[in-house]
Design a binder for this molecule. Structure first.
Ligand code: SF4
Length: 188
């Protein structure tokens, strides 16, 4: 165990180091002083948007060796001006979590197991179902012959992880397709 020096007595240390109120360097431990922020050793900083909610706060993604090492608020973002809520500030854990699912999983009707699909196949399957449901439940006119031009076969319930711009595009897409039931989780 290291011998205690009187010079290391907290009050003396505060005055010796020009930190009389004890709120600066005099109260940091040797271990703290030896640490360096992950941001200082990053190879690159990439601009992004927090994936968690519709606010769409700006993020700076710090990358080292092609791996995300830290995520912080982007001071250049006019939406959040450098701030992130606790969820957004912890989103590095979302990226690097060992339990993160990185493949598309599909469970066929009545199947008990999941199978993995490549993204292109999964996207085609969704598009086929979307078009079929739209066509099958299309209503051109009501019983009096008044135009409806809508489908009751598709609806959109957006997730909280979709930002304002994505919601705007989804609203446009579904409205153009004739859907009238379009909602976002953030408003429920
Ligand atoms: S989850 Fe938090 S940090 Fe992320 S966009 Fe929403 S408010 Fe911003």
């Amino acid at each position: 165990m290291a011998r205690f020096s009187l010079l290391e007595w907290p009050v003396l240390r505060q005055f010796r180091s020009g930190d009389p109120t004890g709120r600066g360097s005099s109260v940091t431990s040797a271990k703290t002083r030896a640490t360096t922020p992950r941001t200082s050793t990053a190879d690159a900083v990439v601009k992004s948007v927090c994936p968690y909610c519709a606010v769409g706060c700006g993020q700076n993604i710090f990358v080292r060796d092609n791996k995300v090492v830290q995520i912080e608020g982007d001071p250049d973002s006019p939406i959040s001006r450098g701030r992130l809520c606790p969820k957004g500030a912890a989103s590095e854990q979302l990226v690097n979590a060992p339990s993160r699912v990185t493949q598309v999983l599909y469970r066929a009707p009545r199947a008990t197991d999941w199978q993995t699909l490549d993204l292109e196949t999964a996207t085609d399957m969704i598009a086929d179902r979307f078009l079929e449901a739209r066509r099958k439940h299309w209503q051109d006119t009501d019983e009096h012959g008044s135009p409806l031009r809508r489908t009751m076969g598709i609806a959109s319930l957006g997730g909280a992880t979709i930002d304002n711009e994505e919601n705007y595009l989804i609203k446009k897409l579904f409205t153009a397709a004739g859907a009238i039931q379009i909602e976002n989780q953030a408003r429920i």
